[in-house]
Design a binder for this molecule. Sequence first.
Ligand SMILES: [Zn+2]
Ligand SMILES: [Zn+2]
Length: 381
Amino acid sequence: MAEPTDVDFAGSCVCCTPNLSFGPGPTGVSPAGSDPAAAARGAQLVNTLASTHVPYPTLPRTSSTVGGQFDLQSQDYQLSVYCDLTYVKGWIMYLIRLDALVPAGTGGSGKVNWGPDPAPGATPFFSGSDWRLAKESTVIVGGGACNPSGLWFWDGSAWQNVPDAWQDIGSVKLFPIGIWAEGTVNKAQTDDGLWPEPIPAWGATEESLRSSVLPQWINTIQTTWTNKFDLKRQDCPSTDSNCCRYHPKIIATFTETTTFPIDLTKSIVLAGNKGLRSNVRAWSLGDDRKYLPAHEFGHLLGYPDEYSGGGPVDTSVNEDGATAGIDNKSLMGMGMNAEATAIVKARHFRVICWELSAMIDIAIGGQQCYGHVIKAVAPTS
Ligand SMILES: [Zn+2]
Ligand SMILES: [Zn+2]
């Protein structure tokens, strides 16, 4: 995904993207932009915008059409960003990459394919198709002390010890997945969607954890993302700084359901155990990193990780503190692990800007569409 600039996000309207630079002047005669006729046309355009300016403080709730998994609504410039998640109760387990540590032909493929490996020396990420189901264990298969990894893998017919030599260099050889039961079917977040043994129901411990943790998650998502930026219609000609200035508030809800349609957005596996890490569709109640839910919400808006060792990063992001997609002082980067650095950046409001632009286009009815730009600006107090 291209990053236009760090704060200005062109609307999705393509019918009449404005050209306010008015074109170059006559070659060799005057500097670019000084063509009087073009300047006059530009002034006329600006006047037209001013005379036809209609503010849109109120816009109906709409599911995003420009990416991300959220609904947007405006009431008197109070912008509600709805993150309504449904969840099934389940657990975090794993896919493990064993490569040559197991003999060729060993069964139990996890049936995922994450594409080619990075070039040697490049930043590692989750890749390849050599993945098997895995789970944590405190003993070795057959009894005895735990093996170094504390993990078993599924070979297609039984659990086996992960070889002692296994190491997760770069943190890209163990991927968390959610597992859950739908009736008597044991499901996993893999391409074939199956887990090879019965999945236990939650007990009192997990129910109690949910009661205490979900309200904290909601609070963290909402406070981390709210009052960080306002959205301002760039082409608003009013001298009133509050005209066309929207105040986004994130509203997160979690609703239990009994099935997890893996293709359906806005649904997650809520894991009752503490996984070594979570993923965007499997959130661990036992994960005590405070900003995890706010980070995962960023994924729901469509933003990739901004640290190496996660999924692929967007190397085209090179501003606002990011270098080749990596930003250590960002909620989407390693910064998520500390309050001082779990920072939401202006670029993280891009998709909300796009959706707001699209909604204003609809309100305008396409008749006066002038490809407005919505930008993220410092919040009003
Ligand atoms: Zn305005
Ligand atoms: Zn992430």
